[in-house]
Design a protein around this ligand. Structure first.
Ligand SMILES: [Fe+2]
Length: 198
């Protein structure tokens, strides 16, 4: 498969997942249709190797096709990190990473929706953070304990959705399992990094 086909397959399987889940469909509406491409060069992160080596990470029938497409495309994607070593730790940065699939900067362009996919390896704790855009996470593989202010913790598994209104404080604990998740953001300041520990 070509690089373009690999990235296209990630979008196609994301569209299929959204179509199959009414809550995601209501959130995203038709924003994933007819998107323009803006190519971003491949950028590797250590987390890509950890994800690809983690063959036994459990998934479910609904998310397995997207997980397969992500792993197949992983070396073609523009992986990023949000934080500095001083904010989190070198260990956190070496064991996590994410890429945008849809955003105002591509690789599929949209001004009002951001879709990103991230991997956090076993044993990580993603500390409290908040952001202005409204968010829905969908666990694709593995799982995590999501902690959101004023809610009981949720042990989320593949296919589970976690909704965060704007600016609500939340964290995720990967003590028991690695996590591969897709996040849908909607609202202002889509590219602004989250505020940590506030
Ligand atoms: Fe979030």
């Amino acid at each position: 498969m070509t690089r373009e086909a690999h990235i296209g397959a990630v979008l196609t399987e994301t569209q299929a997942l959204v179509a199959a889940m009414p809550m995601l469909n209501d959130f995203v509406c038709d924003a994933l249709e007819g998107l323009q491409r803006q190519d971003l060069p491949p950028r590797h992160r250590n987390a890509v190797d950890l994800l690809q080596q983690n063959a036994g990470l459990p998934t479910c029938a609904l998310t397995a096709p997207l997980v397969h497409a992500i792993k197949a495309a992983a070396n073609e994607l523009h992986w990023s990190q949000s934080y500095t070593e001083a904010q989190v730790s070198a260990h956190f940065l070496e064991h996590s990473g994410w890429f945008n699939l849809v955003s105002p900067e591509g690789p599929y362009l949209h001004q009002d929706i951001r879709v990103s996919i991230g991997y956090w390896h076993n044993g990580l704790h993603y500390p409290d953070h908040r952001h202005e855009p409204e968010e829905i996470y969908c666990v694709l593989a593995g799982g995590a304990t999501f902690r959101t202010e004023n809610r009981p913790p949720v042990d989320a598994k593949p296919g589970d959705l976690i909704h965060h209104p704007p600016n609500i404080r939340h964290s995720a604990d990967m003590t028991d399992s690695a996590l591969l998740a897709i996040a849908f953001w909607k609202g202002a300041n889509l590219l602004r990094p989250s505020d940590l520990n506030t």
